[in-house]
Ligand binder design. Structure first.
Ligand SMILES: Nc1ncnc2c1ncn2[C@@H]1O[C@H](COP(=O)(O)OP(=O)(O)OP(=O)(O)O)[C@@H](O)[C@H]1O
Ligand SMILES: [Mg+2]
Length: 421
């Protein structure tokens, strides 16, 4: 018989992607490290561009992934951290100013200045998902990351605000609850991926991260250890597959396979493959079709350029280049496309690497603590969500309130701001 998950020993994360659901269960060791004891993966059929379009299919996929992870771990998951992305996500920076009530900045002043930074008009159908402090300033002096106890009369806070459509957030929560798991928090997916793949020094110096999934490409910039910018682009891996299906006149499933096996987006990647043509088996015994590998390059390369021209324009328009001296990290399954790293490097003219989960739970350890199977850009989000779970485990696990679900989850997310101070 399975054990029911004890309160603090286990943490669980569910990444609900457009192409796959991934459930991770971590066992928290007494010294704070986390051992991953359950991994469950199942194809996702109910989402489009990160948004639930078929509830029952989504619930079913979550249940299947959960079942696999639970069987491995030998426990039942009761609560989990869940990721959120989708083209409905909109982020921006905001500033708040308040008078300091005593000679020195107190937690009360910090709470008020963040409230002030949050006080911006938001459409009724949207909700603030995250308020992430960037830096503070007392009396117009130096920017600091922690203003508690500083002396002055005027406190200024700069924050990054992430908003999402209420209905989309509710549907994600509902799908998980229908699969029998309580949602502890919902976390913007690129925040999770960043925790999983970026090194502390990259986050400190300044780095861009792009998680290219199946439905969306989730972008963020970190500098001074804080998030400075985020945006979700509604183009990703599935678009490459669709282009191939249409361009070559083959079914989606075959296009997906051929993309993974032979897809390339630079001439060099094509040459390195050392293959000229291949045969694709078509559906229903229609026979096979011969495909020139070069035609894959001709179809995929413009799409890759298109995605990066969006990102590049965003970087130029918002003068973000200066924030990324450490360069750019690509993650998500879409980053596995041959030649993509080189193409991005040429476009952005900065060093580019592919990011897989690094061992987050103990300082100094790089990839050794990460199970072999998760050492791929495909699992950046799920792994990063677990890292957020650890944070929650310490702070909020015992908080259970009677408030309605969405507001309770959102409330929790708002309280995170203290974690970042
Ligand atoms: N070897 C590969 N080469 C090229 N593309 C790949 C490869 N492996 C996976 N992909 C692509 O990666 C995408 C899936 O990536 P990922 O699992 O990160 O997405 P997801 O999390 O399900 O979706 P999203 O984050 O957009 O909701 C698919 O489009 C898939 O075709
Ligand atoms: Mg994803």
């Amino acid at each position: 018989m399975m054990n029911t998950m004890p309160l603090t020993d286990y943490i669980a994360a569910i990444d609900i992607g457009t192409t796959k659901i991934c459930v991770l269960i971590g066992h928290v060791q007494p010294h704070g490290a986390v051992e991953i004891v359950g991994i469950g993966r199942y194809p996702s059929y109910g989402l489009k561009k990160g948004i639930v379009v078929n509830m029952s299919a989504t619930v079913e996929s979550i249940k299947r992934a959960l079942k696999e992870a639970q069987a491995q771990a030998g426990i039942t998951v009761q609560k989990a951290i869940v990721g959120i992305a989708g083209s409905h996500i909109k982020s921006f920076n905001s500033t708040g100013v308040v008078g300091i009530s005593r000679p020195d900045v107190t937690q009360y002043d910090i709470d008020r200045v963040i409230e002030a930074a949050k006080a911006i008009p938001i459409p009724q159908d949207r909700e603030i998902l995250h308020v992430l402090p960037q830096y503070f300033r007392v009396d117009g002096q130096e920017y600091v990351q922690d203003s508690l106890g500083m002396h002055g009369v005027r406190l200024e806070a700069h924050v990054h605000i992430v908003t999402g459509a209420i209905s989309s957030a509710q549907n994600i929560i509902k799908a998980v609850e229908l699969a029998g798991v309580e949602v502890l928090d919902i976390v913007l997916e690129q925040l999770a991926s960043a925790q999983a793949v970026l090194t502390p020094s990259e986050q400190e110096l300044g780095v861009g991260i792009l998680d290219i999934g199946g439905g969306t490409s989730d972008f963020a910039i970190y500098k001074d250890g804080r998030i400075r910018y985020s945006k979700v682009f509604p183009v990703a891996g599935n678009h490459f597959t669709n282009d191939l299906a249409i361009g070559l006149g083959i079914p989606i499933a075959q296009a997906e396979e051929i993309k993974k096996s032979f897809g390339c987006v630079t001439e060099q990647a094509y040459k390195d493959l050392g293959m000229v043509r291949t045969n694709v088996a078509l559906d229903h015994d229609v026979g096979t079709k011969e495909i020139e590998i070069y035609s894959l390059y001709e179809i995929l390369q413009p799409r890759a350029e298109e995605i990066f021209s969006f990102v590049h324009e965003e970087i130029i328009a918002n003068r973000l280049m200066l924030l990324m001296p450490s360069g750019f990290v690509l993650t998500g399954g879409g980053s596995l496309l041959r030649g993509l790293r080189q193409l991005v490097q040429q476009t952005l003219q900065v060093p580019v690497r592919i990011g897989s989960p690094r061992y987050y739970f103990m300082p100094g350890d790089d990839q050794n603590g990460v199970p072999e199977i998760l050492r791929s850009p495909l699992y950046a989000t799920a792994y990063g969500l677990l890292a957020f779970g650890l944070k929650d485990n310490k702070t909020f696990w015992h908080n259970s309130s009677e408030a309605p679900l969405l507001s309770r989850v959102l409330q929790r997310m708002k309280t995170w701001i203290y974690d970042f101070l």
